[in-house]
Design a protein around this ligand. Structure first.
Ligand code: NAP
Ligand code: MG
Length: 462
């Protein structure tokens, strides 16, 4: 795989200040495919200074011109679509068809939505005797995870640029090559030097230096709740804006009137796609006691069909973590009906699609985010019981409700403490706000709500 030497700062690739390199590993065969620079605090400081210097010019650039650059960025990503998909497959391990259909295509669509919003958003409005300006927040620190490597980057950088902010990106150490392709596309889109900067590196070094840099105005972080809590505390201490997109443990609630086979099949596919490494995955399936055995059998069959089509987990550490949860599920008395910790392959960080039945709400596997291909099927007695279980975790990122009648599903969904709910298998909408209730986060991404995160208001009274 092709890798850039160094970090991208002030419109050019330049050597990192330290000698350290990060090995990029293909999780499907455990081979090192490239090496990238491990940026230091000095590199982060240079990137933040470049972003600060570029801010006045970019903030003053008319939104229509910023929109043109975003259109060019979208087109540049589109031109690289195959290379993006192959790169995500190489460094994340997801099957190529999924990389093409989701990892490459979704961020191209999202970049297009922000190009459109930059051109159409009302950056000035009248409120009574006031004129309210929507101004860029300033220099943005974007810290992203590996699970949807390009999507997570575009969901931050595109609205930040649309808003007139400048950005320093620290992508996940496991997936830096996709981030480099993104930087190349930004460069070719004619975005002025310093407006976007990329420092690859380790979380506790480059990520930490970026999150605590005094000249950053907003920290936008996607990743684990543990790291998110630290970043939120740092930002609070410095009175900085912060957006946190954290973990999830979403419920897939199947009401008795639902099409059970469809709800179970879509539910299993949702958990197994991307090898279960999706923060919004519906990892808890809630089924009425009268349909429980039938649902378990349907889920077992659906998981078995996945078999070999599932990709590996991103690294050895994640695989061990997921295996640990599977062992804990067994130890706490859940019934393993599909999969288990074994790998169907000799090489690579694979875990078979796994389904647990007889999971009770207090079990560790029902409460903690596993981030692997592991589904827990939980029994409920009536609707109030289902609601109590659905809302009974520290998380609230996403969820699903299935019912024979859409209005019945909606009535249930209104009572859920979560940021997004799919009704009877509703489709992904790149304009709908995405983000968490409770410990799943602070703030929203995508669409006009995502753009608003990067704006602050100034009011003139007349
Ligand atoms: P993570 O360890 O929290 O990493 C996320 C990012 O933060 C990475 O770039 C990481 O760098 C960096 N980082 C780590 N320690 C840091 C520190 N002390 N200071 C600043 N930055 C630091 O999470 P992960 O294991 O990569 O991703 C999995 C988690 O992310 C899951 O919990 C999942 O639910 C969550 N997630 C949430 C969403 C959402 O939208 N809500 C989306 C995707 C993932 P390194 O790569 O070097 O560790
Ligand atoms: Mg990490």
């Amino acid at each position: 795989m092709k890798a850039q030497d160094g970090v991208y700062i002030d419109g050019a690739w330049r050597p990192a200040k330290g000698p350290d390199l990060i090995d990029v590993v293909n999780p499907a065969d455990e081979q090192v495919i490239a090496r990238v620079s491990a940026g230091t605090a000095e590199d982060v400081d240079a990137a933040v200074r470049a972003a600060r210097a570029a801010l006045p010019g970019w903030a003053a650039t008319p939104p229509a011109v910023r929109a043109e650059r975003l259109v060019a960025l979208r087109d540049g990503l589109l031109a690289r679509k195959d290379e993006i998909a192959e790169t995500v497959t190489a460094e994340l391990g997801s099957p190529l068809a999924f990389s093409q259909a989701v990892h490459a295509s979704v961020p191209i669509a999202v970049a297009g939505t922000f190009a459109e919003l930059a051109a159409t958003h009302a950056f000035e409005e009248k409120v009574g005797n006031s004129t309210v300006l929507h101004e860029p927040v300033g220099v943005v620190a974007a810290i992203t995870p590996w699970n949807y490597p390009l999507h997570q980057i575009v969901a931050k950088v595109a609205p930040a640029l649309a808003a007139g902010c400048t950005v320093v990106l620290k992508p996940a150490e496991d997936t830096p090559l996709t981030a480099q392709l993104f930087a190349e596309a930004v460069h070719e889109a004619g975005v002025p030097a310093g407006v976007f900067n990329l420092v690859t590196g380790l979380g506790p070094v480059a990520g930490q230096a970026l999150a605590e840099h005094p000249d950053v105005d907003l920290v936008s972080f996607t990743g684990s709740t543990a790291v998110g809590m630290r970043i939120g505390a740092l930002a609070g201490g410095a009175v900085k804006r912060v957006a946190l997109e954290l973990g999830g443990k979403s419920a897939n609630v199947i009401l008795p009137s639902a099409d059970l086979a469809r709800a179970v099949n879509v539910g299993v596919a949702n958990v197994m796609s991307n090898s279960g490494q999706t923060c919004s995955a519906w990892t808890r399936m809630l089924v009425h006691t009268a349909q429980y055995d039938e649902a378990v059998e349907l889920a077992r069959t659906a998981a078995a069909k996945y078999g070999d089509r599932i990709g590996p987990l991103v690294n050895a550490g994640q695989r061990e973590r997921v295996r640990g949860y599977i062992d804990q599920g067994v130890a706490e008395g859940a019934r393993l009906v599909a999969g288990g910790g074994e790998s169907p392959h000799e090489k690579g960080y694979f875990v078979s699609p796994t389904v647990f039945a007889d999971v009770t709400e207090d079990m560790t596997i029902a409460q903690e985010e596993i981030f692997g291909p592991v589904l827990s099927i939980i029994r409920y007695e009536d609707e109030d019981d289902a609601l109590r279980i659905a809302n009974g975790t520290v998380y609230g990122l996403a969820g699903a409700v299935w019912a024979g009648d859409e209005a019945e599903a909606v009535a249930f969904a209104r009572r859920m403490d979560t940021g997004q709910v799919d009704i009877n298998g509703g489709r992904f909408n790149p304009l709908a706000p995405f983000g968490g209730y409770k410990q799943s986060g602070v703030g929203r991404e995508l669409g006009s709500h995502g753009l608003a995160e990067y704006l602050q208001t100034k009011s003139f009274q007349f």
